[in-house]
Ligand binder design. Structure first.
Ligand code: AMP
Length: 451
């Protein structure tokens, strides 16, 4: 499947691809074409730039027969007006030799004009959720004829608070349909959709195109808690030559802010997450881009929109809960044939998550020894020592989905706080030798074996 010719697509589509100058399918296009064509539900974890739009359009257009029926058979939902326009443009480019009626609908434009266009008959409707729902409510747009539903950029949909609109739209759709979901990051909401609305979906995860993982050297350090991780970062980041443009990923907004305050590098550090104002975010990204700040701390969702070149190092301060997100994180470095570096910090509790990541990549991340000169902290951060507040998560569902696990974790944390003083003694007793900083991973390994 190294050429579009291998796809056995109809001549009209093939010619359009040729006109567009496209010869070789991208990995997501290869991974999805026959699955989507076969009728399965599909989840693609792929970012903009991977060719995901054509990945879903090609099999849809291959199958869509000429029809004069008035109501649309394909519904494509996208979070922004810009994305709707882009998708409609791609459809136009792919269909100069096919008769297909397409319409893009979004807010901020005259709904009456859109209603008139719908009334003329449609095959594919592309829209933002709110406008689409408004149109469905008017009954001008009938959705019972939809055979295929595509939801693009699901993670952004959620970030924009479109969940209710999506649910409302689902009510109007026939139960029997093919669902195709695309998201750059794996989120609990994607997971929820996968489990709740999709039938045995096929899931594929793509690295950002042009960033083969071979470009990226990976390593990981054991570090037990927030402040130990922060101490390690303060130590590593002293090397301004090696760490000249560093993107640090953290799990929560609170942690992002706390890490920003804990790092020793003052104005060299910027923090972005979804509670920061747009102007703050833009300035932070600009400063990072032009080198005014050397270190950018970000959450997974917010980092979506960032397209910054020449990131020397990606640091995963937390091990990502979804292994796919780790692949996206590290894809931020090593772009355009450059060598990139990824450092993952993991606590003992995060070992199962690290195992998942390694399973997905089929690669064991080389382990570094915790440097002797770095202090291990026994202090717990406020997050580590109190029950988890769902509001602190970028995606509140993650709290609900993982609720029991988090409660266990926080219960364990409060226990740890009480037992903090005896930690060194406990370790000594368990391993019959004193714990030194460099010994920690030995201890972790042994404990893992014991389980
Ligand atoms: P997307 O990931 O859908 O946002 O696509 C990003 C860009 O990649 C678009 O400008 C497409 O025209 C382009 N593109 C899509 N498929 C291919 C391909 N097979 N070869 C080269 N470029 C492509």
């Amino acid at each position: 499947m190294d050429s579009f010719a291998d796809f056995k697509i109809k001549r009209q589509l093939y010619n359009a691809l040729e006109d567009m100058g496209l010869e070789k399918p991208t990995p997501i296009q290869k991974a999805s074409y026959s699955t989507i064509l076969g009728g399965s539900d599909f989840v693609g974890i792929a970012q903009t730039g991977t060719g995901k739009t054509i990945a879903f359009l090609l099999p849809i257009l291959q199958e869509l027969k000429y029809s004069e029926q008035p109501y649309p058979r394909v519904l494509i939902l996208a979070p922004t007006r810009e994305l709707v326009i882009q998708i409609v443009e791609q459809i136009d480019k792919l269909t100069p030799y096919i008769t297909i009626r397409t319409l893009g609908v979004y807010g901020g434009t005259n709904i009456k004009t859109q209603k008139r266009a719908i009334a003329e008959g449609l095959d594919i409707i592309v829209g933002t959720p709110r406008r689409l729902y408004d149109l469905a409510l008017t009954n001008v747009l009938r959705l019972k004829s939809i055979k295929k539903l595509v939801i693009d950029e699901v993670d952004i949909m959620l970030d924009f608070g479109f969940k209710t609109q999506l649910r409302n739209i689902f009510e109007y759709l026939p139960a029997k349909r093919q669902n195709l979901l695309f998201s750059a990051t794996m989120t609990p909401y994607v997971n929820q959709l996968m489990n709740g609305f999709l039938v045995n979906p096929v899931k594929k995860t793509m690295a950002i195109s042009g960033t083969p993982l071979e470009n990226i050297s990976q390593e990981c350090y054991p570090a037990q808690n927030f402040y130990t991780k922060a101490n390690l970062l303060n130590h590593l980041l002293e090397d301004r030559v090696e760490f000249n443009k560093v993107l640090i990923f953290v799990a929560t907004k609170v942690k992002a802010d706390l890490l920003g305050e804990t790092l020793n590098y003052g104005t060299e550090v910027s923090v972005i997450h979804s509670s920061k104002t747009q102007s703050h975010r833009s300035r932070a990204i600009e400063d990072f881009e032009n080198g005014t700040s050397r270190i950018l701390i970000a959450t997974d969702v917010i980092s979506r929109g960032i397209d910054i070149e020449k990131i020397s190092t990606v640091i995963s301060f937390d091990t990502s809960f979804y292994p796919e997100n780790y692949i996206h994180r590290i894809g931020r470095t090593g772009r355009a044939e450059e060598q990139g570096r990824s450092i993952l910090l993991f606590s003992e509790k995060e070992i199962p998550l690290k195992d998942e990541i390694e399973k997905l990549m089929n690669y064991k991340i080389p382990l570094k020894e915790f440097p002797d000169e770095v202090d291990v902290s026994y202090l717990l951060s406020p997050e580590e020592s109190k029950p988890v507040d769902p509001e602190e998560f970028e995606d509140k569902d993650s709290y609900i989905m993982k609720g029991s696990a988090f409660h266990e974790k926080s219960a364990k944390n409060s226990k740890e706080k009480v037992e903090r003083k005896s930690y060194v003694r406990k370790i000594k007793e368990r391993y019959k030798k004193p714990i030194r900083r460099g010994d920690k991973i030995q201890n972790m390994k042994k404990k893992r074996k014991k389980k």
